[in-house]
Write a protein that binds this ligand. Structure first.
Ligand code: NAD
Ligand code: UGA
Length: 476
C-alpha cells in the first residue's frame, strides 16, 4: 500500500546535486526528515563539519541553509542501508560518468553506481518505496532499476507483502554556481513516470515552493531523454558561438556584438551566447556522448555525427587558444612564465571537472611553460591532481626539479611576478577589477594578456602598455 504523505527521504549521493537539492527541499518541507547519504567517509565528514566554510561543495547560499537545517530535518550520513530501510522515497543522485572500458567505452554512461543503489534498495527497503532517478541517465535506465528491484530477493521481501516499488524520473537542471537560485526558482520541474499516486507524492513535495504550472509530467522515457537533450542543446549553443568567435577574430568582427545582434531575436534568445575557452563541467561532454552512443547504437549515424561534432569543436577550440598563446609569444613558451587566472570550469564553483583550464594548462606544460596558477575557490591539491603535478618520491631529481617549477598562489598579484603572459580562463568577477598598472610592473616585457572570457577592462590593459588578445574580438 502506498503511503499518502512522504515523511522520510533518503538521498544516495552527497555530491553537487544531492547536497544542494536536498538542502533546498529540506528548507521547504519542514515536516519531512531528509538524510543525504554517501559511501564516501570524507565527503560526509565535510558536510557535517562544524566549520561551515569546510562544506565539500562551494555554492553561494548553500552554507546558510545547511547551517540552519543540519540536525533538524536535514542530515548527512554514511549509513546508506539504514536510511534506505526507513525511507518512503529514495533519490538516486550518484555519479554517472562516461565508461572507460568495455562496450561503449568513451561514450556510453557507466551506470554501475546506479545499479549498486538499486541493489541496495532492493535489499534494505522495508515498505512501499518510491525510487526517484535524480542522476542523469541513459534512456530506459528505469527499466534496469525496475528489473533489479523485482529480481533481487531479501528475507524481508519474502515475509512482507508490503514491500513494493515505483520508479520515477526527475532529472535535475541546476547549474553549478547558481544551484541554490536554480533550485529555489526552477524554470520547470520534470517528473516522468507511470503510477499516478507516486507521481502525485513527488509533485506534492515540489508544490511546497514551485508553482504547479511549472511542474511538467511526461512518460518516463521522455523525461530521461529530455535531460540529455537539454544539455546537448545548451552545449551546442556554446560550440556554435565559439565557432563564430573564431570567424570574428579572422574577419574583424566582434563576437560580443554578433551575440547581441542575434540574441535579440526572441526565437534565438540572449542566454548562453558568451564565447569562452570551451565548455567544461562534468556533464555536457558526458551527456552528449551518451546521446551519440544511443544514436549510433540505434543505427542513426547522421544523428550521432551531428551531436559528436559539438564535442569535437569544443576540443579544437581549447587547443586553438593554446596554439594562439604560443604564436603570440614569438612561437615558443619554453621556460616562459605564464600566469593562469581561474581553474574552475566556471565562476562561483570549486568544481574543476572537464574545466577548459585543465586542457589549456596541459597544452602549455607540454610546450615547456612554467605555470603560476590562481583560483579563489579551487584547492591546491585539486589543481595538482588535475595537472598530474604530483611529486612522487620515486621520481628522479631532474623530473622533480621540473615539477617544482610550477606554483599555485593564494594572492592573485603574486602570479604576475616575471610572467610573460596572463591567461584568464574563468570569469571570476575579481578578474575584471585587476590593477593592470601593477600587473605591468611585475611582468617581463613585452607582457601579454589573453582574455578567454572577455571580462577584463580592455582600455585599462592597453593603457598599462600590455598587449591584449580577447576571445572573438577581431577589432584589435
Ligand atoms: P558527484 O560525483 O559530485 O556526487 C556523486 C556522489 O555519489 C559521490 O559523492 C559518490 O561518493 C556517491 N556515490 C556513488 N555511488 C554510491 C553508492 N553506491 N552509495 C553511496 N554513495 C555513492 O556527482 P554530481 O555532480 O552530484 O552528479 C550526480 C548526477 O547528477 C550525475 O548523473 C550528473 O550527470 C547529474 N547532474 C549533475 C549536475 C551538476 O551540476 N553537477 C547537474 C544536473 C545533473
Ligand atoms: C549545465 C546546465 O546548464 C544545467 O542545466 C545542467 O543541469 C547541468 O549542466 C548538468 O546536467 O550538469 P553547468 O555545467 O553546471 O550546468 O554550468 P553551465 O552554466 O551550463 O556552464 C557549462 C560550461 O559552459 C561552463 O564551462 C561555462 O563557462 C560554459 N559557458 C556557459 C560558456 O562558455 N558560455 C555561455 O554562454 C554559457
Amino acid at each position: 500500500m502506498l503511503k499518502k504523505k512522504i515523511k522520510n527521504i533518503c538521498c544516495i549521493g552527497a555530491g553537487y546535486v544531492g547536497g544542494p537539492t536536498m538542502a533546498v527541499m529540506a528548507k521547504h518541507c519542514p515536516d519531512i526528515q531528509i538524510t543525504v547519504t554517501d559511501n564516501n567517509i570524507e565527503r560526509i565528514r565535510d558536510w557535517n563539519s562544524e566549520d561551515i566554510s569546510k562544506l565539500p561543495i562551494y555554492e553561494p547560499g548553500l552554507d546558510i541553509i545547511v547551517n540552519n537545517l543540519r540536525g533538524k530535518n536535514l542530515h548527512f550520513s554514511n549509513e546508506v542501508e539504514k536510511n534506505i530501510s526507513i525511507a518512503d522515497m529514495i533519490f538516486i543522485s550518484v555519479n554517472t560518468p562516461t565508461k572507460t572500458q568495455g562496450i561503449g567505452a568513451g561514450k556510453a554512461s557507466d551506470i554501475k553506481w546506479v545499479e549498486a543503489c538499486a541493489r541496495l534498495v532492493a535489499k534494505y527497503a522495508q515498505n512501499h518505496t518510491i525510487i526517484v532517478e535524480k542522476s542523469t541517465l541513459p534512456v530506459r535506465t528505469a527499466e534496469v532499476i525496475k528489473n533489479i528491484l523485482e529480481s533481487v530477493s531479501s528475507p524481508e521481501k519474502e515475509e512482507k507483502s508490503s514491500i513494493s516499488f515505483d520508479v520515477l524520473s526527475n532529472p535535475e537542471f541546476l547549474a553549478e554556481g547558481s544551484a541554490i537560485r536554480d533550485l529555489e526558482n526552477p524554470d520547470r520541474v520534470l517528473i516522468g513516470g507511470e503510477n499516478h499516486i507516486a507521481i502525485k507524492a513527488l509533485s506534492e513535495i515540489y508544490e511546497n515552493w514551485v508553482p504547479v504550472e511549472k511542474i511538467l509530467y511526461t512518460n518516463i522515457w521522455s523525461s530521461e531523454l529530455a535531460k540529455l537533450t537539454a544539455n546537448a542543446f545548451l552545449a551546442q549553443r556554446i560550440s556554435s558561438i565559439n565557432s563564430i568567435g573564431a570567424l570574428c577574430e579572422a574577419t574583424g568582427a566582434d563576437v560580443k556584438e554578433v551575440s547581441r545582434a542575434i540574441g535579440t531575436d526572441s526565437r534565438i534568445g540572449a542566454k548562453f551566447l558568451d564565447a569562452g575557452p570551451g565548455f567544461g563541467g562534468s556533464c555536457f561532454k558526458k551527456d552528449i556522448l551518451n546521446l551519440v552512443y544511443l544514436a549510433s547504437y540505434l543505427g542513426l549515424d547522421e544523428v550521432a555525427n551531428f551531436w559528436e561534432s559539438v564535442v569535437k569543436l569544443n576540443y579544437w577550440h581549447k587547443n586553438r587558444i593554446s596554439r594562439l598563446i604560443v604564436e603570440k609569444l614569438f612561437g615558443t613558451i619554453s621556460d616562459k612564465k605564464i600566469a593562469i587566472l581561474g581553474f574552475a570550469f566556471k565562476a562561483n564553483t570549486n568544481d574543476t571537472r572537464e574545466s577548459a583550464s585543465i586542457q589549456i594548462c596541459k597544452d602549455l606544460l607540454d610546450e615547456g611553460a612554467i605555470l603560476s596558477i590562481y583560483d579563489p575557490k579551487v584547492l591546491e591539491e585539486q589543481i595538482i591532481r588535475d595537472l598530474n603535478l604530483i611529486e612522487s618520491p620515486q621520481l628522479n631529481s631532474k623530473i622533480k626539479n621540473n615539477l617544482s617549477r610550477h606554483s599555485i598562489k593564494k594572492n592573485i598579484y603574486d602570479t604576475f611576478q616575471n610572467a610573460d603572459a596572463i591567461v584568464v580562463l574563468t570569469e571570476w568577477s575579481e578578474f575584471s577589477k585587476i590593477n593592470w598598472e601593477i600587473a605591468y610592473q611585475r611582468m617581463r616585457k613585452p607582457g601579454w594578456v589573453f582574455d578567454s572570457r572577455s571580462i577584463v577592462n580592455s582600455e585599462k590593459v592597453l593603457k598599462a602598455k600590455l598587449n591584449l588578445w580577447k576571445i572573438g574580438d577581431g577589432t584589435q
